[in-house]
Design a protein around this ligand. Structure first.
Ligand SMILES: [Zn+2]
Length: 270
């Protein structure tokens, strides 16, 4: 099966909203979604579709939100698979053993893991975000899918490379066939780093990719990385939405001063 090219558009699923690619789903049976924060049951400052257990929200509400996410998108809640997300570069291949890990407690989430990849149908992979860059990878021809958590440490440390490499080698996919979806994240408009950290990025990505005043376009750097790994430009779709500027739609750690919820990136081979 072959979809023409990836795209991201808003759609409603019952009470929740998400950026999704309906054509990919129709043609390849793979669901991609970046959820907005509305339509859940959590209260301020987690209002309302907070999907993360580790941020201080009432666990029972988070679980109701997770169930709502799955019900709305038609995904299996028992097999909803979560990772610890430690700003590292470890990729976990999700098989039968891993399916459903972390669904109802952080302790059982995939340890030390910032990217998940699978070829197993009916197993939604979900990661949680509030400024970091969410990336969903899908090979429509082989039906392999993954989700990546890329903050500044991950982008610099190589979590994007590790994820594409895993799909390429562990699942025998051709990077030229891989679709990448870059979800909403903090934009260069709202994200500046100190000169020391900016220099680390200049060393890895070149002067031209980091502004003189230290503004970082993490999503842009993730795209540059995907280009370098051999993905085709037309196979990369970016939401191009700043989480800090779009607080009605998304959580932003920076805009909220730290205490807030998490929206999600989800991928599932149906
Ligand atoms: Zn912004």
């Amino acid at each position: 099966v072959k979809a023409a090219s990836p795209s991201l558009e808003w759609a409603s699923f019952g009470e929740i909203r998400a950026l999704t690619d309906e054509r990919l789903r129709a043609e390849c049976g793979v669901r991609v979604a970046f959820t907005a924060r509305i339509g859940g049951v959590s209260a301020y400052p987690y209002a309302s579709l907070n999907l993360a257990l580790h941020v201080g929200d009432e666990p029972s509400r988070v679980l109701r939100n997770r169930r709502r996410l799955c019900d709305s998108l038609g995904l299996s809640y028992p097999r909803l698979t979560c990772a610890e997300q430690v700003h590292g570069v470890r990729v976990t291949a999700v098989g039968e053993q891993e399916a459903g890990c972390g669904r109802e407690s952080d302790e059982t989430s995939l340890r030390g893991c910032d990217a998940m990849v699978t070829s197993m149908a009916g197993t939604p992979l979900v990661m949680f975000f509030a400024d970091c860059v969410p990336i969903v990878l899908v090979d429509p021809s082989t039906r392999v899918a993954g989700v990546v958590h890329a903050g500044w440490k991950g982008v610099l440390g190589g979590v994007v490379e590790a994820s594409v490499t895993s799909i390429q080698h562990d699942y025998a996919c051709d990077p030229k066939q891989i679709f990448a979806y870059i979800g909403p994240s903090i934009g260069p408009c709202c994200y500046r780093v100190d000169s020391e950290r900016a220099d680390l990025f200049r060393a890895q990505f070149g002067e031209e990719n980091v502004s003189r005043d230290g503004r970082l376009d993490l999503a842009g750097l993730a795209k540059t990385t995907l280009d370098r790994l051999g993905l085709q430009t037309q196979n990369i779709a970016a939401a191009a939405l700043c989480t800090a500027d779009n607080n009605d739609d998304f959580f932003s750690y920076r805009a909220a001063g730290g205490r807030t919820g998490r929206h999600s990136a989800v991928v599932c081979i149906e």
